[in-house]
Ligand binder design. Structure first.
Ligand code: ADP
Length: 363
């Protein structure tokens, strides 16, 4: 199957009435502020929503148009794409959109103009590509071990497709790694074949900051929009139990994200945060053109040496942006009150549309 053709996307965009653009997204993840922000910037909004999930969009009055589908993955169906194009829609991607539409569809047959770089979505989804991009940027990432025999410090062991970090474990020696793997095989969590796919990386002990950036092509500037930290179940619950009891109850830790809370970083760390964002944008523009266009997020741990280590990145609106639907501590400094990530995206679309530069921010 051939990739979505840029000329075709541009010709669809050419056929749009510039005064009548709809900002559309899938009804999940971060769609509330994407839609709300678009309305604030004067756009009509549309939500593609699974039957039975429409209540928040009705009750919060963020959507003008509802495209109700049997299941979220139907967003890629021809009739849904037709409706979106007929409304002059620009799709704003987010984590659930990527998960439900699927990377293959997004890359090959989703012919609706999309805000940002559709090609970079695979880079955040596949661990090796993600590491390649972060390495190119020269930001500090956890050390990776290719051989369990080399484990010389605490490591975190991750398995591909482990949703919510179920089955992730921490080990501090080769023996402990082998014991834990054996016990997981015994309990049927993984098979012998999975062991080779285990991703082993340095365990970074620190505090969690998920840093939200917006790279504006219109202004050629990386903006620091906000920061959150995550509520993760059951690990947050587990650490509230004294160590002695943790051993007794034999609960296995998981990292299922259940919510986010806004945070502010120690001010002296901000130069590092800006530098990391700038580097990511530079690296992405070199290896995944047209680069990091719009929202992205670096999920980090800050150590007691005040070093920020990035263990994961997202190259679209991140879930943690839900902590600043009304603006964040940082977005306030640059934009004043009320600038959510969704509104920032809509502002970029508005400026691009007014200056006839939409083609630069759409793929
Ligand atoms: P996601 O679930 O967002 O894909 P990961 O699977 O990479 O993120 O990690 C899940 C959680 O595990 C993180 O939010 C963090 O709490 C913890 N974690 C991941 N990698 C590391 C690491 N190298 N060191 C310490 N903690 C980590």
């Amino acid at each position: 199957m051939s990739k979505v053709n840029r000329d075709e996307i541009l010709s669809i965009l050419d056929g749009y009435s510039r005064e009548d653009i709809t900002v559309a997204t899938l009804g999940s993840h971060t769609s509330l502020h994407i839609l709300n922000g678009a309305k604030q910037e004067g756009f009509r909004t549309a939500v593609v929503c699974e039957k039975g999930r429409e209540v928040p969009y009705q009750r919060f009055r963020v959507a003008d148009e509802f495209i109700i589908v049997d299941k979220f993955s139907d967003i890629v169906n021809e009739d849904v794409q037709d409706r979106l194009r007929s409304m002059n829609s620009i799709i704003v991607p987010h984590g659930s959109f990527v998960a439900y539409a699927g990377l293959d569809h997004i890359e090959n047959d989703f012919y609706v103009p999309m805000f940002g770089n559709r090609d970079i979505l695979r880079w955040e989804s596949e661990r090796d590509l993600e590491r390649k991009l972060m390495k190119e940027a020269g930001i500090r990432i956890p050390l990776k071990y290719t051989d369990p025999a080399e484990i010389d410090r605490p490591v975190m062991v991750k398995f591909p497709g482990a949703r919510g970090g179920r089955g992730y474990f921490v080990a501090s020696s080769t023996e402990e790694f082998n014991d834990k793997i054996d016990s997981m095989i015994e309990r049927g969590w993984i098979t012998e074949d999975d062991v080779d796919d285990a991703h082993i990386e340095e365990y970074v002990s620190g505090t969690n900051f998920c840093i939200h950036y917006f790279y504006s092509i219109m202004n050629d500037e990386v903006e620091l929009m906000g920061m959150d930290s995550r509520f993760e179940s059951n690990t947050d619950g587990l650490v509230r139990i004294p160590a002695r009891d943790q051993l007794e109850i034999k609960l296995d830790p998981s990292y299922v994200i259940t919510g986010n809370h806004p945070v502010a970083m120690r001010e002296s760390l901000l130069p590092q945060a800006f530098d990391m964002g700038d580097r990511m944008v530079e690296a992405a523009s070199k290896i995944v053109p047209p680069g990091m266009n719009g929202p992205f997020c670096l999920q980090t741990m800050c150590t007691d040496n005040l070093e920020i280590v990035t263990f994961e990145m997202s190259a679209r609106t991140d879930g943690g942006t839900n902590t600043f639907m009304h603006g964040s501590t940082y977005s306030y400094l640059l934009h004043g009150e009320g600038m959510s990530m969704g509104r920032r995206v809509a502002r970029e679309i508005k400026v691009a549309s007014e200056t006839d530069r939409l083609a630069e921010i759409i793929t």
